[in-house]
Design a binder for this molecule. Structure first.
Ligand SMILES: Nc1nc2c(c(=O)[nH]1)N=C([C@H](O)[C@H](O)COP(=O)(O)OP(=O)(O)OP(=O)(O)O)CN2
Length: 177
């Protein structure tokens, strides 16, 4: 009797990229448990990206090189930057009225920080948790795949490791499949 192919071999594959250059060193602080706010600190965040789907004409799920280049473009925007949330109800991020538009003033209750704007990225998320960084990274990756005319995968998964042994992942399934 001939056995049918096991489902994983029938047409669904997975590739994963995580390289030494998929790392961004960035400063941040988060709010938690309502009215707590961390002290400013930084991490060497490490990113891994996984894509699942059928094989294309090259017998790829997705070209490693294209996936690395797109991921690297996002890492480069966040590397050596202060990550600030735009959308927190607790942390306010504004142009600094004293220093002018080249600086941002960040306020949490009575605490104040002023940063050169060029050294910050103001992200459309309510808190710079690892989960939300992974989600935003994946959203940007998905958009950039579309901008480059690349076929959207069946599944995209982004993992962001904040520290050894501490990571968060966000995952999307292609709604048109
Ligand atoms: N699920 C999540 N939990 C926590 C997050 C998060 O993003 N998602 N973030 C934090 C803090 O940002 C904090 O940076 C993590 O704290 P800590 O582990 O202390 O980080 P360190 O880099 O200082 O690591 P050490 O082990 O203390 O050296 C908290 N929770």
């Amino acid at each position: 009797m001939t056995m049918p192919n096991p489902p994983a071999l029938a047409g669904h594959y997975r590739v994963r990229v995580t390289k030494d250059h998929l790392v961004f060193a960035a400063g941040h602080f988060i709010t938690y448990n309502g009215d707590h706010c961390e002290r400013i600190h930084g991490h060497n965040y490490r990113v891994a990206v996984e894509v699942e789907g059928p094989l294309d004409d090259n017998h790829y799920v997705f070209d490693f090189i294209a996936l690395l280049e797109l991921s690297r473009s996002i890492v480069a925007e966040w590397d050596h930057r202060m990550l600030l949330p735009d959308g927190s109800g607790l942390i306010a991020v504004h142009d600094d009225p004293g220093e002018g538009p080249a600086h941002v003033r960040v306020c949490y209750k009575e605490r104040r920080w002023v940063f050169p704007k060029e050294e910050c990225v103001i992200l459309p998320i309510p808190n710079t948790t690892t989960e939300l960084l992974a989600r935003l990274f994946g959203q940007r990756l998905w958009e950039r795949m579309g901008q480059q005319g690349l076929k959207p995968p069946s599944v995209l998964r982004v993992e962001v490791e904040e520290n050894f042994g501490q990571m968060a992942a966000a995952e999307w399934r292609n709604p048109s499949e």
